[in-house]
Design a protein around this ligand. Structure first.
Ligand SMILES: CC(C)(COP(=O)(O)OP(=O)(O)OC[C@H]1O[C@@H](n2cnc3c(N)ncnc32)[C@H](O)[C@@H]1OP(=O)(O)O)[C@@H](O)C(=O)NCCC(=O)NCCS
Length: 215
């Protein structure tokens, strides 16, 4: 299976209304950091989670107002939200909350969600992998994620990424002590940021070209 995050950005020229070549890009799946001002995109994604997934994500029932409040508070913490976009819509999110300021040598708590129609395609794994790199680059340790014991998918994912599990009643805490960051982990994060910036620029160019072609 080709991984959504592996898709390469292919550009092709098209013609606008005046017959000039315009460089455009097909819409590609994209993982990028959300800005604090984009908390509504985060909330809309969490609100679309089905009842079961929402309960798994928050480890219990939470209503819509709780989710809106939770996302609105995002900017106040040392929090980084990585979002998976498909056709411009956020379909998956990995959140990293750093408990120390600065993050260096403090705990990083992760949370993960992928909408049901998009699960089982490796998106959760890729988001989590990138979130761990992000935590590692900030020197956070340990990196933890809490989930319910019945959450088999999350359990499989944590084991796949080398986390150790500690069962505590109905909950499981998966944790990992990342190695020191190095030039490759910093480069990996920067390449992701650069790819996201470039994709957004091309997507903006594409919609501009489409509008121009219709005038
Ligand atoms: C947990 C969650 C994020 C996984 O996202 P995803 O995109 O489906 O994850 P992936 O496709 O990368 O699959 C991860 C692993 O889950 C396991 N898995 C997949 N489907 C499974 C199933 N039906 N039952 C058990 N395990 C399953 C597999 O081991 C898979 O890895 P593999 O395909 O390499 O073997 C998603 O199910 C979700 O959003 N759940 C609700 C929220 C939640 O539980 N969050 C965790 C607590 S914060």
């Amino acid at each position: 299976m080709s991984h959504p995050a592996d898709s390469t950005l292919t550009c092709r020229p098209s013609r606008n209304g005046s017959g000039n070549a315009v460089w455009t890009a097909p819409v590609q799946p994209l993982i990028r950091k959300l800005a604090t001002a984009e908390s509504a995109l985060h909330a809309a994604h969490l609100l679309r989670l089905g009842e079961h997934d929402r309960a798994m994500r928050f480890m219990g029932y939470v209503n819509d107002a709780h989710i809106e409040r939770y996302c609105g508070e995002a900017g106040r913490n040392e929090r980084c939200v990585l979002a998976y976009f498909e056709d411009g819509v956020v379909r998956g999110v990995a959140e990293a909350v750093f408990e120390a300021r600065p993050a260096w040598r403090g705990t990083c708590e992760l949370a993960l969600s992928v909408e049901s129609g998009h699960q089982g395609r490796g998106i959760g794994t890729e988001l989590m992998r990138r979130a761990i790199v992000l935590a590692r680059n900030r020197g956070a340790t340990p990196v933890r994620i809490l989930f319910l014991r019945e959450n088999r998918r999350m359990r499989a994912l944590a084991l796949k990424l080398g986390m150790s599990l500690a069962v505590n009643g109905t909950e499981i805490e998966a944790s990992l002590r990342p190695q020191w960051p190095n030039q490759f982990t910093v480069l990996a994060e920067n390449l992701g940021d650069g790819h996201a910036w470039w994709s957004r620029w091309l997507a903006g160019n594409t919609s501009h070209a489409k509008r121009a072609a219709h005038v």
